[in-house]
Design a protein around this ligand. Sequence first.
Ligand code: IMP
Length: 429
Amino acid sequence: MPGIVIIGAQWGDEGKGKIVDHYARYADIVVRFNGGNNAGHTIVINGKKIILHLIPSGILYSRIKCVISEGVVVDPKVLLEEIAMLKSSGYFRDDKNLLLSRNAHVIMPYHKQIDILREEQKGAKKIGTTGRGIGPAYEDKVARCGITVRDLSDRERFKSKLSEIIQEKNKYIKQVLGGEPESFDKIFEEYADFGEKIGKYICDTQDFLYSASAKDKNIMFEAAQGVLLDVNFGTYPFVTSSHTLAASACIGSGVSTFFIKEVIAVTKAYTTRVGGGPFPTELTGSEGDMLRERGCEYGSTTGRPRRCGWLDAVLLRHVVRLNGVTGLAVTKLDVLNELRTLSICNAYKLNNREVKNAAASDVLDNPAPVYEKIAGWMNDISNTKKYNKLPPEAKRYLKRIEELTGAKVIFISTGPSRNNSIILRNPFK
Ligand code: IMP
C-alpha cells in the first residue's frame, strides 16, 4: 500500500494537523521527517485542543506507530514535556508507539541562545524565527559538529563531544554575540538525564520503515512548516533551515522514492505568514485584521499574530508543480463565510510584465498581485458535510482553485473540529 506525504502548501500553519489526524485512521505508521519544535500542529477532539510540536499527530490513535526520523532536530526537553502532556491527557499509553531515530540531531541550549541573540542583533532585518534553536542546530549538523540522539544516550560519548563543542560555542556567544557563556556541567547533567529518559524510544527508524514498506504497510509522512519556507525553494533567506518539500520525506526518513504514491498539499482558503519576509497578497488594513480575528490567526508555537492575505494561486500553482501534488486539502473555508466578495491572485506584475508562473524567490522582487474577484457565499458552511450541499459560490471558489493550480480538491475543512470536514477522496484507497 502507499506512502503518502502531507505537505504545507504555503508558509506553514495551513492546518496540516487536522488533515494528518483525519487520514491517520487509514495509516499504520505516521512519520515526522523535518523541522523541530518550531512546528505546532493543532488537533481539536471533542472540543479539546491538543497542540503537538514534535510527536506526529498519529499518536492520538493507539494502534499507530509514530516515527521521529533522521531529518528532524529534537529538543529532548520539549519531547519529554510532550510525552508527559499526552500521557496525562489519556493518550500514548504504549511506549512502543513512538520510535525516535538514533541519528536525529539534538537542539542544545547554546543553539537556542545563538538563535535568539542573532535575531536581536539583526534588528529590523531579522528573519522572525521561532527562537527554538532550529537554524543553529541544522548548521551544526551540516558543519559536522552536531550532537545526535545516539550521542546523547551514551554518557561518555556525550561528555567527550560536548566538552569539545562547548568551548567554541561559548567563544562565539561571548565574543561575537555578547551573550552569557553556557555552563558545561549544567548542560551535561541535564542533557545526559534527558538522554537516559528518551532511551526507550531510540532505534534504527530507517530499518523499521524499510521493513514496514516491504510489508506494504500504510505510511503517512507529515511535513512540518510549508513549502514556501523550504531552504532551497522558499523565499530565502526568510525560510526555515530544513527541507519542507514532499521529496524531503525520503531524504529525511530513508524510505525509497518509489514508495511515495501520493502527495497531498494543505492550503488555507486564504494565506497567512508568521515572521518576516515578502508576502505579495498580504492585507495590512482592516481586511487583514478581519481574517486574523475570524481565523484565530495567532501562532500555536509562539502566539505571534499571523500576517493574513488573499489566496495566492501563483505560488500555489508553483507548489503543486514542485511537489507533484496529487490532491489539495483546503482548510478554513468557513473563515470566508461572511465576505461579499473574495479575491484570488492569479498573476503577478513583475518588472512591468504580467506573469502567471513564478517561483517563491521571484517574490523577493516585490511583485504586485493581479486579482480576480469572486462572489462570496454569505452563509455559514461549518456544518455542511457534503460537497453538493455547499452554496454554489463556495463550489465556484473551490473550482477556481482547481483551475488555477491544476490540482483536485480532495478534502475541505470548514471548522476546527473533526466533524467540520467534507471528504471527497481517500488517498489510501
Ligand atoms: P525557524 O524555523 O524558527 O528558524 O524560523 C524561520 C522562519 O520560519 C520564521 O519566519 C518562522 O516564523 C517560520 N516558521 C518556522 N516554523 C513555522 C511553522 O510551523 N509555521 C509557520 N511558520 C514557521
